[in-house]
Design a protein around this ligand. Structure first.
Ligand code: HQG
Length: 181
C-alpha cells in the first residue's frame, strides 16, 4: 500500500469532502471506523495500525486523534464551510512568511493575501517552509509578513495544533516581497 497516496485521500476526506462522510463541524472530527471503511474501498488491507502509522509519521502533523482515539481530524487546511477546529492565538513572532508563486504577485500586491479556496491564509514561522510551499505553485517567491504589527493592529492570527499560523486575510501594507535568500 502506498501510504503517501493514502494520506492524500485521508487529508482530502478530512478537509474537503462532505460525502460520503459526515464530519462534525464543531472540531472537524470524523469517526475513525467510518474513515477506515472508506479507505478500505481503495486499500483493502487498510487497518487501524496503518492509519496510526500515517498519523504518527506525518511530517507536518496534519492529523490528530481525539482523546478516546475513536475520532480523527485534520489539524488545519479545511475548505468545508463552517468547520471550526480550535486554534490558539499566542503572541506571534515579529515576522512570519508566506510562500507563493511569482505569477500570483500582481494580484497579491494589489488585493493582499486571501484564503482563496481554504478557510485561512497560511503563514509559516520559517522561511524555508514558505519557500517549499511556494514551489508547489510555480516559481517560488516568499513574502515577509510583519506579524507583530499585524496582530498589534487588532488582526487575528491563529496557530493550529501542528504549528501553522493562519489569518483571515493580510493587506499589502503588512508584507514585502523578499529577495531570493
Ligand atoms: C495565493 C499545504 C492571487 C496564495 C502547504 C497561494 C501549506 C493569491 C494560493 C498549505 C491571492 C493558494 C497552504 C490573491 C493568495 N491573488 N493569488 N489575492 N492571495 N493567493 O494551496 O498557502 O499539504 O490554498 O499565495 O504546505 O499555498 O495541504 O495555499 O499560492 O501549508 O497540508 O493562492 O497547504 O499543506 O494556495 O498552502 P493554497 P498555500 P498541506
Amino acid at each position: 500500500m502506498n501510504l503517501q497516496k493514502c494520506s492524500v485521500q485521508l487529508s482530502y476526506m478530512l478537509r474537503h469532502s462532505t460525502e460520503p462522510l459526515y464530519i462534525d463541524i464543531n472540531g472537524g472530527w470524523a469517526n475513525v471506523e467510518d474513515i477506515l471503511s472508506v479507505l478500505r474501498l481503495r486499500y483493502p488491507e487498510m487497518d487501524r495500525e496503518t492509519l496510526d502509522e500515517i498519523v504518527a509519521g506525518d511530517r507536518k502533523g496534519r492529523y490528530a486523534y481525539d482523546e478516546t482515539g475513536t475520532k480523527i481530524r485534520a489539524n488545519q487546511g479545511h475548505s468545508i464551510e463552517g468547520v471550526t477546529v480550535e486554534m490558539t492565538s499566542p503572541e506571534p513572532p515579529e515576522f512570519l512568511y508566506h510562500g507563493t508563486a511569482e505569477r500570483f504577485l500582481p494580484s497579491i500586491l494589489q488585493e493582499g493575501l486571501k484564503p482563496m479556496t481554504r478557510q485561512f491564509v497560511h503563514l509559516s514561522a520559517q522561511y524555508e517552509t514558505a519557500h517549499t510551499v511556494g514551489k508547489r505553485h510555480g516559481k517560488p517567491v516568499v513574502l515577509l509578513i510583519r506579524a507583530a504589527d499585524f496582530a498589534a493592529d487588532g488582526h487575528r492570527l491563529l496557530l493550529s495544533a501542528n504549528g501553522v499560523w493562519q489569518a483571515e486575510a493580510v493587506l499589502p501594507e503588512y508584507f514585502s516581497v523578499m529577495e531570493d535568500a
